[in-house]
Design a protein around this ligand. Structure first.
Ligand code: GLU
Length: 324
């Protein structure tokens, strides 16, 4: 049975990679250093709502930078692409995510919404009457993608708020250039809150499957984001989603994806599936070590690379279909 083959492939991959002991936990946010390096989960959700899960897929963790994709999507809906482009570019930097002074020399825009400066600028644009209203809009947005109520991890939020001097400095720099507005603390709090949203690996796979399914959550049927924005969202993920490894990722794996410093990677195979991996030890770029290996193997096995997909070489639908 083909779906049994998919599950067996994931089970094998998990068994092979579980013993890996490479990588370091992110420790610049004190709460993240408390993670268990053995946590490891893989989840694949199909567009008809089937899921293949292995490992610690119910273990919760904070979403961190993966949130940037969804807040960018919200800003696209609030402002439209051209207006948003004036505030935040779409150019990969080749620099680490927290790189400090990289605003475009002429426009003073942050390079893209996946680096911290661009993400803070994007978050500062989220509309709402007051901080509570903006936070509630943001949580409601995440709930449309995930399909259940979401919560913020207070200790991580407070930990980031207390130690996020670099993010604060970026916000001040952007304020100086007129790229974001006062009050900075409101925007920074909302940014730290979005990074502290609790998810598990299965949730991330459902979020990814929603983007793979033209913005419709395949489990609940809710339109989480207007289908018209999905191409722009995936475009930015593809070029900027994997820190300063984005080019090599596009070459080797070729799936629009976003990773975060808590060890999650979310990836969207358009029209096929949403995939997520969680494993906290990170490589020097800030990407999950086990996560990278899982995606290389999956891309190879099922022909998930965008340029395999576009040449009709994807083998996933066939693998699923043979079963029915
Ligand atoms: N909250 C983290 C920060 O701003 C997110 C970093 C990440 O996941 O890349 O430093």
């Amino acid at each position: 049975m083909a779906t049994a083959d998919i599950q067996a492939f994931l089970d094998d991959l998990y068994a092979q990679l579980q013993p890996l002991r490479q990588g370091q936990l992110a420790c610049y946010i004190p709460e993240l250093a408390k993670a268990n390096p053995d946590w490891f989960g893989i989840s694949v959700v199909t567009l008809d709502g089937r899921s293949f899960d292995v490992g610690d897929v119910q273990q919760t963790f904070t979403i961190q930078s993966i949130s940037k994709v969804f807040v960018y999507a919200m800003a696209l809906e609030d402002y439209g692409r051209e207006k948003l482009l004036k505030k935040v570019g779409v150019e990969p930097t080749g620099d680490p995510f927290n790189c400090l002074i990289r605003l475009d020399e002429d426009s003073k825009r942050p390079d893209n919404p996946m680096v911290n400066a661009g993400a803070i600028a994007t978050t500062s644009l989220i509309t709402g009457q007051d901080p509570a209203d903006r936070l509630n809009r943001l949580l409601a947005m995440f709930e449309r993608y995930i399909g259940h109520e979401v919560f913020i991890d207070m200790s991580t939020f407070l930990s980031e708020k207390a130690t996020g001097h670099r993010n604060r400095a970026m916000a001040h720099l952007m304020l100086n250039f007129g790229m974001i507005d006062e009050p900075l603390d409101d925007a920074l709090d909302l940014y730290f809150q979005q990074c502290s949203v609790l998810v598990n690996t299965h949730d991330l796979a459902v979020m990814a499957a929603t983007l793979a399914n033209r913005g419709i959550n395949p489990i609940t049927g809710t339109q989480a984001v207007d289908a018209a924005h999905v191409r722009d969202i995936l475009g930015v993920m593809y070029t900027c989603g994997m820190y300063n490894f984005a080019g090599e990722w596009a070459f080797r794996v070729g799936i629009p994806a976003k990773s975060g410093v808590s060890g999650g990677i979310l990836a969207v195979v358009p029209n096929q599936a949403g995939i997520a991996v969680f494993s906290p030890p990170l490589d020097s770029h800030g990407n999950s070590v086990r996560g990278l290996k899982v995606f290389e193997a999956l891309s190879q096995e099922y022909g998930f690379h965008l340029f395999d997909l576009s040449l009709g070489r994807c083998r996933f639908t066939a693998a699923l279909g043979e079963d029915s």
